[in-house]
Write a new protein. Structure first.
Length: 268
């Protein structure tokens, strides 16, 4: 069994759970611990079952509670060296990860983490460092790509291998350009180290999806520059234009920004 739950996806906080029959990990802990504990109780899930934390990058909406979680549950935290340094520098992280629980990941190197085979890969973003994760467990795989300014050839390779894909659809470009953000922030969002637009996300998926891709979840939607139905419709339109029918050929869903989405059974 492999199960997936999203506890939040967006600038208010990001946190994703993968669970097997005997193990569990979190990717990012950018949500408040009180809310995370409450959500887990409602799911009947014990947070003490989480034995590993993976971190994508060092922006506050991905790491706000990682130190507190690590300390409270004596849980090791895996990230690249630069991300760990960024966590130490980030004033939004009041409780830092205890030094004995810091584990360094190398990009493009697969490691065994309990029941999971984990491969981090580079994702361009304006943080100290940023990685996506390709996770294999229970006879299937799961790929997460978030906070990506553009889609690199390496990222395309992981999309091509994915059976279950979480990928950023952050904004609608026209909404950004016509919106109230100052010019510097618009430039940041639209840059190659910013965030993926709905259309860029859709093109990356349709150009690289395999016949065995089963599920696509759109993540990290902007509250100001996007809307769940707009993101879903944009991706669906591109997929249909290439003969891929959501709901028939692949499942397409949008992860909620501030409340849990799931659980999803990813098992064969």
């Amino acid at each position: 069994m492999l199960r997936f739950i999203c506890f939040g996806s967006g600038s208010s906080g990001n946190c994703y759970l993968l669970q097997t029959d005997t193990d569990a990990l979190l990717i990012d802990v950018g949500v408040g611990l009180r809310g995370l504990k409450k959500a887990c109780r409602e799911y009947g899930f014990n947070l003490a079952s989480v034995h590993h934390v993976l971190v994508t990058h060092d922006h506050a909406d991905h790491i706000k509670s990682v130190g507190s979680f690590s300390k409270d549950y004596q849980c090791p935290v895996y990230a690249t060296s630069e991300v760990h340094k960024g966590i130490l520098r980030n004033y939004c992280v009041a409780q830092k990860v205890p030094s004995e629980l810091v584990h360094i990941l190398e990009k493009d190197t697969t490691i065994s983490v309990g029941d999971f085979q984990v491969t981090p890969f580079a994702v361009p973003h304006d943080s100290s460092d940023n990685v996506g994760y390709f996770v294999e467990a229970s006879g299937t795989n799961f790929c997460l790509i978030t906070d990506a300014g553009e889609v690199t050839d390496q990222m395309k390779g992981y999309i091509q291998r994915a059976r279950h894909l979480v990928i950023e659809a952050n904004h609608d470009t026209e909404m950004v350009l016509s919106g109230p953000y100052p010019p510097f922030l618009k430039s940041r969002i639209l840059s190659g180290t910013g965030h993926l637009s709905n259309l860029s996300c859709a093109q990356a998926v349709v150009d690289n999806m395999s016949d065995f891709l089963e599920h696509i979840w759109l993540c990290h939607l902007s509250e100001e520059n996007n809307h769940p139905e707009l993101a879903r419709k944009t991706v669906e339109t591109v997929l249909r234009s290439h003969g891929v029918i959501p709901g028939v050929d692949v499942q397409l869903e949008v992860l909620k920004r501030t409340v849990p989405t799931g659980p999803f059974d990813l098992s064969d």
